[in-house]
Design a binder for this molecule. Structure first.
Ligand code: PLP
Ligand code: COI
Length: 365
């Protein structure tokens, strides 16, 4: 039996890792999701053997059968979290247990095997240990970890696969937005929706993102940064962005964010910001907000600020909102004081500059 401190992941180090000078050049301005590290973590699953063969190996293209189930029926889930350099020189993850739990919940919705939380967290630890030098310096620098699981069985019948591959890749990242942190403009999609009742909106599965792309494309073509979706039943209630949750700040300093009814992703950043805002004495309501109310409140000043949030984009102020026949600014179109306060509070916990009363930081050895 393994000692409790021993990793279940076997390390097969890369024979020819990227040279330090080349790596360091890539870390200067990495952008988001373009620079990848030397290694990846892999675990197999089969109905006969369960989870097996946990390893960290050289990152390399996969070879899969063209009939591999994920390629046809999109049986796939993923996660996203970051490893941060701490103020004291250490490294930490942020709430990996929450990502592990959401990964299991996504697996249940997609009829996939649930990866035990210990194996999920161990995979992150093992990969970061192998690729620690890929964490960029600087306030926005982090190692973005992308755990995912695919149905790897070659079979064209429509049923849950009997074989899966769990993997983690890591990407050295800076700011999510080109040009660095700034207020973004949103396009409200009145035509396309992201998720309906009973669907997969609360699961982090690739299919949700595939169906969001046409609306995102429309947003981009119209000169906006991101799409924001309305609910599928009434096309009225603001839900979330393609890859971020949304908050509204009222003039009295209280916050509002759409409730978790099964159609939006239960964001870990969302949950953390609710806690931090309440810690600071603010009222936070998880209540629906209608697009026409948002318009009216933005015009009257009752909605003073709005921001998007997620692991990749952290806390991003929303400056402008537009739909097919309307457009309105939020506040003065820049970052508001409550948004700035919450961003600073979250970043300080994530990067080890503030106490961590909720026990969210997960220091890595
Ligand atoms: N909503 C969607 C659709 C997302 O893809 C993400 C990103 O992960 C989020 C919200 C924010 O979730 P988290 O804060 O856990 O990163
Ligand atoms: C994240 O914030 O981790 C996301 O997954 C958003 C996007 C990159 C899909």
């Amino acid at each position: 039996m393994l000692a409790s401190s021993a990793s279940p992941f076997r390390l097969e180090p890369h024979a020819t890792p990227v040279e330090a000078v080349t790596r360091d050049a890539r870390l200067v301005d990495p952008g988001f999701g373009k620079v990848f590290t030397d290694h990846m973590a892999v675990v197999g699953w089969s109905s006969a053997d369960g989870w097996h063969d946990a390893r960290v190996v050289a990152r390399t293209p996969l070879s899969v059968d063209p009939a591999c189930a994920v390629l046809h029926y999109a049986q796939e889930i993923f996660e996203g979290l970051k490893a941060y350099r701490l103020a004291d020189g250490g490294t930490a993850l942020f709430r990996p247990d929450a990502n592990a739990a959401r990964f299991r919940s996504s697996a249940r919705r997609l009829a996939m095997p649930e990866l035990p939380d210990e194996l999920f967290v161990a995979s992150l630890k093992a990969l970061v240990a192998a690729d620690r030098d890929w964490i960029p310096a600087g306030e926005e620098g982090a190692l973005y970890l992308r755990p995912f699981c695919i149905a790897s069985e070659a079979f064209l019948g429509v049923r849950p696969a009997t074989e899966y591959l769990y993997m983690v890749v890591a990407s050295s990242v800076g700011a999510y937005w080109k040009g660095g942190a700034r207020a973004v403009s949103l396009w409200v999609s009145h035509q396309f929706t992201r998720a309906g009742a009973g669907g997969t909106g609360a699961a982090k599965c690739g299919g949700n993102y595939a169906t969001s792309l046409i609306a995102q494309q429309e947003a981009t073509e119209r000169g906006h940064d991101q799409v924001v979706f309305l609910d599928a039943a009434e096309r009225r209630w603001v839900e979330e962005l393609g890859g971020m949750n949304i908050f509204f700040v009222h003039a009295d300093g209280s916050l509002r964010t759409p409730p978790l009814t099964g159609t939006i992703l239960p964001g870990i950043t969302r949950d953390s910001l609710i806690a931090l805002a309440r810690d600071a004495g603010r009222t936070v309501r998880e209540e629906p907000y209608a697009i026409e109310q948002w318009r009216a409140d933005a015009a009257s000043g009752r909605c003073a600020e709005a921001f998007a949030c997620g692991t990749a984009a952290v806390v991003t102020p929303i400056g402008q909102v537009a739909g097919p026949d309307y457009a309105f600014p939020i506040g003065d179109g820049g970052i508001g004081p409550v948004t700035a306060e919450l961003l600073a509070a979250l970043a300080a916990v994530q990067r080890g500059r503030a106490p961590d009363p909720h026990g969210w930081r997960y220091p890595l050895p």
